[in-house]
Design a protein around this ligand. Structure first.
Ligand code: ZN
Length: 87
């Protein structure tokens, strides 16, 4: 068995590992750590999925109902301001 990383060392290498810039040696250390440490496997899995979501994300508009709600709040605020000014 190769020498295993501690959890702290694993965390230090995780970003680099997920960035796919890590050396093969690091990759295999990280992989053997997550295969023996369930906690770090979960951290790795969650971080990987989060990164995939960010990378796959297009600049998006707000969901329509939230967009409309904000618009109507702004409109209401503008109307109230106008009403206050006309006094
Ligand atoms: Zn660990």
């Amino acid at each position: 068995m190769t020498s295993l990383l501690t959890c702290k060392e694993f965390l230090g290498w995780l970003n680099e590992y997920l960035d796919e810039t890590a050396a093969a040696e690091i990759r295999s250390l990280v992989e053997s750590h997550i295969s023996t440490c369930p906690n770090c496997w979960v951290i790795h899995d969650t971080t990987k999925k989060t990164l995939q979501v960010y990378k796959g994300m297009e600049p998006q508009l707000l969901p329509p109902e939230i967009h409309n709600r904000i618009l109507s709040l702004l409109e209401k605020a503008a109307l109230e301001k106008r009403a206050a000014q006309s006094d």
